[in-house]
Write a new protein. Structure first.
Length: 146
């Protein structure tokens, strides 16, 4: 090949690719990020589920403590009752929010897992075909359409 031809058309390597086509994003990196997101979302789901259970357990124990304070210790003051009610209400609110977060994190896990599978199914064959053809990068789809 003449130097003039290489200067005009490039060597055919990825380094000669026009900047508009370059990216640092790879399929493997993207799949790894989606896999990590899926794992973190499943962990968040489990953590939120446990948090909800604990908050409801505390709520139940606060009810028992309030009953014990009334019956055994004769603590029946308005401020004590209001404080116990506020604590119980806070635990119920925490449990409901944790339930909501648990549901949303499970949905996020399922969506990211689905996206990972879809990307793998859509792009891995293209990546393999590119390698099998000895190409550095796949041709843009528009170049192959009539």
């Amino acid at each position: 090949m003449s130097d003039a031809w290489l200067t005009k058309w490039g060597s055919g390597s990825v380094a000669d690719m026009d900047a508009q086509h370059e990216t640092e994003v790879t399929l493997d990196d993207t799949l790894d990020v989606l896999e990590e997101l899926t794992e973190q979302s499943f962990k968040a789901h489990e953590t939120c589920r446990k948090l909800s259970e604990k908050a409801r357990q505390i709520r139940h124990e606060l009810d028992e403590l309030a009953a014990d304070l009334r019956s055994t210790h004769n603590v029946i003051g308005r401020m004590t009752g209001a404080a116990m009610a506020k604590l119980a209400e806070s635990m119920e609110l925490l449990a409901r929010k944790a339930d909501e977060m648990s549901t949303k994190s499970l949905t996020a896990a399922e969506l990211s897992e689905s996206a990972e599978n879809a990307m793998f199914d859509a792009y891995r064959p293209l990546q393999q075909a590119t390698e099998d053809a000895g190409l550095a990068v796949p041709a843009a789809r528009i170049h192959n359409e009539n």
